[in-house]
Design a protein. Structure first.
Length: 144
């Protein structure tokens, strides 16, 4: 019996988006970022099709308390260049965590997603908060 792969049409497939709440407290940055990227892309769903934006919403709290393994807090840095002579900017991750820990988590997730036309739409469904408060985001239903 031959099995056929069914590809969902973006116009005909109604996308049902769920909300996932992740507490980043004491979680390893890279492992959490891969899990979040999978949820944003929709690879955890049986209806996954690579060219269809079928991912879910992801809310990350306590981004300031994310954990880095090894000596990354002292050795890792972010590099950017303006294109002009002498226009390089090197920012250590320790300083970036003090300034805005949301950017560290955002860049980790962004770099786990393919750089195509869908990436900006997928990243728009990512909400990151440095603390436990999530203003303007629906709260998860309490079980019990």
């Amino acid at each position: 019996m031959p099995q056929k792969t069914f590809l969902y049409n973006p116009k005909q497939n109604p996308v049902r988006r769920n909300w996932h709440y992740i507490d980043a407290k004491d979680q390893v940055l890279g492992r959490m970022a891969t899990r979040v990227a999978t949820l944003l892309r929709g690879k955890h769903k049986p209806s996954y099709t690579s060219f269809v934006d079928g991912g879910d919403f992801v809310v990350i709290t306590n981004a300031a308390r994310v954990r880095l393994t090894g000596h990354k807090m002292d050795q890792k840095f972010y590099f950017s260049h303006s294109g002009w002579a002498g226009g390089k900017k090197v920012t250590p991750i320790k300083r970036q965590m003090e300034r805005d820990p949301r950017k560290v988590v955002y860049l980790a997730v962004k770099r786990m997603i393919h750089g195509n036309r869908l990436r900006s739409r997928q990243l728009a469904r990512l909400k990151i908060f440095p603390g436990a408060e999530t203003p303007g985001v629906p709260r998860p239903a309490k079980a019990g």
